[in-house]
Design a protein around this ligand. Structure first.
Ligand code: GTQ
Length: 348
């Protein structure tokens, strides 16, 4: 592979570079600016995937192959900054998954953690550690790293959700493992709601130890719980000038983000509200749950309606304006960045 240098070197320097290259050596002074930039310069771009056309293509994929053939029948959100990169932002994988009536996505596990954000259907389920959770629109469902998981559904309509996985971080560290289960479908060993009883009722077992290590023990952050909480806060507080009204999802055992590498929150922007500009180092994926919002990012304006997905990579100035009362789900790599003490933001 040839090394791309920042500037055209002189002949004698180039000769020297050609001499040291076979020794697997390179001149730092040619690469330094790119290696240590004054501020993040993302090769990824803000981009929007409209739900309607994306759904149509996903349904077409549904006619081409079964969920079982595909293992996971997903259309991956490809950031235009890196076609084929299987990423929506620098670190995050995201895609739209379809389960048709009667289908299952067989049990497997991997070192990447996953989240599901449900867009369509009310009888889809994911099973983790022998418990199933029924997924409704707006639910934020957790698949902890190295936990067996399979998906299915019990209705006569398609079930569709957005997946978010931290697999690029896992691959960056070269720590990716995965396994298929001999059982396509996990045996159901727990009553539905058992994990809610233990962990999501403002209570916890004595000597509480999370069954999933650094990942939240809450399986499904129900929209039917999150939405009223957010709307009550909206009624009580002034919106933050840069964020609007927002509540974070938390791990009840730590108060921190629900997943070791992924942060998630829910935002409400009252109709007509416009945020001020801010930029942050986390790469964000936003999903409009309700209403309509104009998102200005990196100099582009996206008009986003229900179930549209928008990727906003690191360090792009952004601003949001609600043309209708809007609720937005966001996930990002902020949880990882905070642990590594590299997260930054700027407001203006
Ligand atoms: O549902 O386990 O979109 O393993 C990509 C990889 C979903 C899943 C994806 C996966 C899954």
């Amino acid at each position: 592979m040839s090394v791309a240098f920042a500037e055209n070197p002189s002949k004698d320097r180039q000769k020297f570079y050609d001499k040291i290259a076979p020794q697997n050596l390179a001149p730092l002074w040619e690469a330094l600016k790119g290696l240590v930039p004054p501020e993040p310069k993302s090769k990824f771009v803000p981009h929007q995937w409209k739900f309607g056309p994306t759904r149509e293509l996903l349904m077409e994929a549904g006619g081409l192959l079964t969920a079982e053939e595909a293992e996971r029948r997903v259309l991956v959100f490809e950031n235009p900054g890196l076609p084929g990169g299987s990423r929506i932002t620098a670190t995050m994988y995201s895609g739209m998954q379809l389960i048709l009536p009667g289908e299952i996505a067989a049990a497997h596990r991997h070192t990447a953690s996953a989240l599901r954000f449900v867009l369509e259907g009310s009888m889809g389920y994911t099973a983790v550690a022998g418990e199933r959770t029924t997924m409704d629109r707006g639910d934020f469902v957790i698949t902890p790293n190295w936990a067996w998981h399979d998906h299915g559904q019990h209705q006569d309509k398609p079930v569709i959700w957005v997946d978010g996985l931290d697999l690029h971080i896992i691959n960056f560290f070269e720590t990716a493992f995965s396994e298929h289960s001999n059982d396509k479908v996990q045996m159901v060993q727990k009553k539905e709601g058992e994990s809610d009883a233990r962990w999501a009722s403002n209570m916890a077992p004595f000597d509480a130890v999370s069954p999933f290590g650094a990942t939240t023990p809450i399986f499904n952050y129900k929209y039917s719980v999150a939405r009223p909480a957010l709307m009550t806060v909206t009624g009580a507080d002034k919106p933050d000038a840069h964020r609007g009204h927002a509540l974070r999802y938390t791990n009840p055992l730590t108060g921190g983000w629900p997943m070791p590498l992924i942060a998630a929150w829910l935002t409400h922007l009252p109709k007509g509200f416009e945020t001020r500009e801010m930029r942050c180092t986390d790469g964000q994926t936003m999903i409009v749950v309700e209403g309509e919002v104009e998102i200005e990012a990196g100099g582009k304006t996206f008009t986003c309606g229900e179930s549209d997905v928008i990727g906003v990579p690191s360090w792009h100035w952004r601003r949001m304006r609600a043309s209708k009362d809007a609720i937005i789900f966001t996930f990002s790599d902020r949880s990882a960045q905070e642990k590594l003490a590299i997260y930054r933001e700027e407001r203006r």
